[in-house]
Design a protein around this ligand. Structure first.
Ligand SMILES: [Mn+2]
Length: 239
């Protein structure tokens, strides 16, 4: 059997006119046995054709999400939003969920998954968090270095893929999940209570994490487990 094709969203730089992606994403897919297909900015009809041809979807990290998608007006600390990318990824995610295409969402990707399916996020975690002490989620350390701990839910896909209950993750997210969409459940949490992982309770494989495994798998092999999970689910979908 040929390798399953994993579609990967890029960051669309509207000023430079480029679609770009950090190598950790596509190299992670390659290492896990999948064939990466980078999804540039394109029209909806082309995106529908992409959805007919991919076996898995990787929603990647990036900038803040337009709050109108979860029914809010912009908070003063909201960062740069990219309307083109928001529209494309939310559409892609909704359609992939409908088709039960396996999905892995990383950082912004997990937020997109949650918003697409009816959940909300904190526009600015630092100023909107009202549940006590908050850890530093925008780390000042190398990108591959784990700065805070997360605990995984025992029966979760995430726990199966990573193999340990507690471990340290890197953290550079300005936003985070607030209310989880009804089709997902929480699977990982940092010590302060911030949701760091979710998975679908209705789909075969729709897993999201708030940290960046694509920057960690080189130094922490457990992180490759996430890419293996996506590619293995894509293999089953392809059959
Ligand atoms: Mn974090």
């Amino acid at each position: 059997m040929s390798r399953p094709i994993v579609g990967i969203t890029c960051d669309y730089d509207l000023e430079k006119g480029t679609s770009q992606l950090h190598s950790g994403y596509y190299e992670g897919v390659l290492k896990a046995g999948g064939l990466p297909f980078l999804i540039p900015n394109m029209d909806k009809e082309s995106i529908s054709d992409v959805l007919d041809n991919i076996d898995g979807l990787l929603l990647t990290g990036g900038q803040d999400v337009e709050p109108a998608y979860f029914g809010e007006s912009p908070h003063p600390k909201l960062g740069f939003v990219n309307p083109i990318r928001d529209e494309l990824e939310i559409y892609l995610c909704k359609e992939a969920i409908k088709k039960d295409i396996p999905i892995l969402g990383i950082c912004r990707g997990v937020q997109i998954m949650n918003i697409a399916m009816g959940g909300t996020i904190y526009q600015d975690l630092d100023s909107q968090w009202d549940r006590g002490m908050l850890l530093k989620h925008s780390q000042s350390a190398p990108r591959w270095y784990g700065t805070h701990e997360v605990g995984l839910v025992e029966s979760s896909i995430l726990k199966k893929l990573i193999g340990t209950e507690k471990f340290r993750v890197n953290s550079f997210h300005h936003q985070a999940i607030k209310e989880i969409a009804p089709c997902f459940r929480e699977t990982a949490q940092s010590e302060d209570g911030v949701i760091e992982g979710i998975e679908s309770i209705t789909n075969t494989f729709a897993v999201g994490v708030q940290w960046h495994p694509e920057r960690m798998w080189d130094t922490d092999k457990r992180m490759l487990g996430l890419f293996m999970g996506l590619v293995n689910a894509a293999k089953l979908y392809k059959k």
